[in-house]
Design a protein around this ligand. Structure first.
Ligand code: PGA
Length: 234
């Protein structure tokens, strides 16, 4: 694993942008894997303000809540529209279809999307419990797209985006660990001391489903882009 540590999240986002920019300039971003959450917002802002053009690229997002329409302001589809696609449209953008309750159909369809669009660069955040996407602790490393019941800690962490915790959807569709590991390159961003323990376990701990991100130790091209607080236990 390559580890880049910057003093602040702003500086770390600039480093992440430099990686994206470099790949885009060399036409190596045909398919970009994208993440939601607060962590990539600085990166997306820099992309919005750049002169990069993704109109010939495809995006695939990690996950989507089950039960929300793409037009729902709490959906990840809406989040991406607001923070990136409105300014930087891609040729096509894929999400698991959160509006469809038929998990077997949705997950099969999304696995086909991923097979047809191999990811050049996957952007990841990390949960305080080490989750990547919505792959919570205990998820099989062999998993492909699947439906997950969110853990209480993830529901609590995401409740800040909702008026009250009861509104947080209880299920999501997510790319699996194997789907993420199939990406050619991965950058994982983590900011703040609340991520420090998860980063420490991801980098120095055993590779175990108890810490889903620990599997990244086995990926050939992973860069962690951290602020000082997230790196404070390394
Ligand atoms: P965050 O979420 O960027 O909002 O901290 C990251 C995650 O849970 O994967």
């Amino acid at each position: 694993m390559k580890i880049i540590t910057e003093k602040t999240a702003t500086a770390a986002s600039a480093r992440a942008f430099a990686i994206v920019n470099e790949l885009a300039q060399h036409d190596q971003l045909k398919v970009m894997g994208l993440a939601t959450g607060s962590t990539p917002l600085g990166l997306y802002k820099l992309i919005r303000e750049s002169d990069l053009d993704f109109s010939h690229s495809t995006s695939v997002n990690l996950d989507e809540y089950v039960g929300l329409q793409p037009t729902d302001p709490q959906s990840y589809h809406y989040f991406m529209q607001e923070h990136l696609f409105s300014a930087k449209p891609f040729k096509e953008s894929f999400f698991p279809d959160g509006a469809n309750p038929d998990a077997a159909a949705v997950t099969k369809e999304y696995d086909q999307v991923l097979a047809q669009h191999p990811i050049d660069l996957q952007v990841l955040g990390i949960g305080q419990n080490g989750h990547i996407g919505f792959n919570e602790p205990g998820t099989s490393f062999d998993s492909h797209t699947h439906r997950v019941a969110l853990t209480e800690s993830t529901i609590a962490a995401n409740a800040r985006f909702f008026d009250n915790p009861d509104q947080v959807p209880r299920y999501a569709y997510t790319m699996g660990i194997a789907s993420i590991m199939a990406a050619k390159r991965i950058i994982l961003l983590a900011f703040g001391e609340e991520k420090a323990a998860a980063i420490q376990q991801t980098v120095n701990g055993p590779v175990t489903p108890a810490v889903p991100a620990s599997i990244l130790q086995r990926h050939p091209d992973v860069t962690l882009v951290l602020d000082e607080e997230a790196a404070s236990q390394l």
